[in-house]
Design a binder for this molecule. Structure first.
Ligand code: S3P
Length: 432
């Protein structure tokens, strides 16, 4: 894909797809609950479709009518052994959540993924689960992973890495485990799993104290399905927000966007940089905060963000780094260690691709420094993405300012945002 410079601004109301994290959970949780669940606005991207296929292969009846997904759940122990391995493509969320869920089933499974997912660390989820007696065999800490379904024993788990995927995997394992499992986290991670489990009637007790949170979950309690309306994805919105901020004569309205406080660091960070962003029409949908977002061309300043912000916006650093490249002063984003183990080594790809675009930047101890300038001289106009959707989309937005940039392997964008190119082009972008 090639991203060309635009001249007349970005304007309009693009359609942002459903939230990826909530979409995965909207398949997983109703599939092990009792009753019929109708899901509106689920994200139909490659990652989510892998989760969907996994549950169909485990015998769950799932239909689609008039764009509504219908899941017929039959309870905690209704899943069936799949006929073959479960292939999860590029999806880390599917992998971590399913490893947890499947470790407490009464059948064995084999999980595999694509080249990128097969490099990602899985001991972060198998180690805490093994404290509950889970029997998980990794391949040197990665996929393929074979899981021997087992009766797990409850335990107290202290999360060492701030990760909603790990927390959610343990919660899903605990649902089918006798007694009370206790999960302690010291840093904020997204809370979509707890929110949905609570509304489905799980036996959860949550105590919060600043950044710390303890979740007590008593297993073997059946869940009752509820209909779900998936809000639109703030992480996907971020590419549009930044495109409007950095291009002149731009104004966008983004509707029905997830504004969960465990996820909205990008809004806080961009506002700190002087962005003109208005949060409108705030409301609740399925206990998730949602809003509309109005954003206009802005003169951005640089800013310094500490590691605590990384917890609230880990997926947004590629596009934040693009925004920071057009600010009037330098930025420092600290504590980005986790960026190294996403769909790619994102920290390194941000660095080398910004450098290709002529941006002066450096990494010191997993802190990213960006020294913007008024004009960039492109050094290499081919962007290396290592099949990472968020790197591809972030540098497509960079291209709207300084293009043409050729975005390699841009089909990875289907992982989270299949209509990205069309939506950008509808509002004035030039992606070909
Ligand atoms: C996700 C959690 C995050 C995020 C990922 C989706 C989720 O990962 O990066 O894109 O849906 O739980 P970690 O929780 O491992 O940081």
């Amino acid at each position: 894909m090639i991203s060309y410079t635009i001249s007349n601004g970005i304007n309009g109301t693009p359609r942002i797809p459903g939230d990826k994290s909530i979409s995965h959970r909207s398949i997983i949780i109703p599939s092990i609950s009792n009753g019929i669940c109708e899901i509106k606005n689920i994200l139909k991207s490659d990652d989510v479709l892998h989760t969907l296929k996994a549950f169909k292969n485990m015998g769950v009846k799932i239909q689609e009518k008039n764009n509504i997904l219908i899941i017929y759940g039959n309870g905690l122990n209704s899943l069936k052994k799949p006929k073959s391995e479960i292939y999860l493509g590029n999806s880390g969320t599917s992998a971590r959540l399913l490893i947890g869920l499947l470790s407490s089933q009464n059948f064995d499974t084999l999980l595999t993924g694509d080249a990128s997912l097969s490099k990602r660390p899985m001991k972060r989820i198998s180690d805490p689960l093994s404290k509950m007696n889970a029997r998980i065999n990794t391949t040197n800490g990665t996929l393929p992973i074979s899981i021997k379904g087992n009766d797990l024993s409850n335990n107290k788990i202290n999360l060492k890495i701030p990760s909603a995927q790990i927390k959610s995997g343990i919660l899903l394992a605990s649902l089918n485990t006798e007694g009370e499992t206790i999960i302690n986290e010291n840093r904020v991670t997204r809370d979509h799993t707890e929110t949905m489990l609570e509304s489905f009637g799980a036996n959860l007790k949550i105590v919060k104290n600043d950044y710390k949170k303890t979740i007590k979950i008593s297993g073997k309690k059946e869940l009752n399905s509820k209909n779900i309306d998936v809000p639109n994805d703030l992480s996907s919105s971020a590419f549009f927000i930044v495109s409007a901020l950095i291009n002149k004569n731009s104004k966008l309205l983004l509707k029905d966007i997830n504004n969960n406080p465990t996820r909205n660091g990008i809004i806080l960070a961009l506002k700190k940089m002087g962005a003109s962003i208005n949060i409108l029409n705030q409301r609740l949908s399925n206990n998730e905060k949602i809003c509309d977002i109005e954003v206009k061309t802005s003169n951005l300043n640089g800013c310094e963000l500490g590691p605590e912000m990384a917890d609230l916006m880990i997926d947004e650093y590629p596009i934040l780094a693009v925004a920071a490249s057009f600010a009037s002063s330098p930025s420092i984003f600290r504590g980005l260690t986790e960026l190294r183990v996403k769909e790619s080594d994102r920290l390194n790809l941000i660095l080398i691709n910004l450098q290709s675009c002529g941006v002066d930047c450096k990494i010191v101890d997993d802190d990213l420094f960006i020294f913007p300038s008024k004009k960039y001289e492109i050094k290499k106009n081919i962007i290396q993405t290592d099949f990472d959707h968020r790197i591809a989309m972030a540098f497509a937005i960079m291209g709207t300012k300084i293009g043409p940039l050729e975005i390699k392997d841009s089909e990875s964008i289907n992982t989270s945002f299949p209509n990205f190119k069309d939506e950008i082009n509808k509002i004035g972008g030039r992606l070909i």
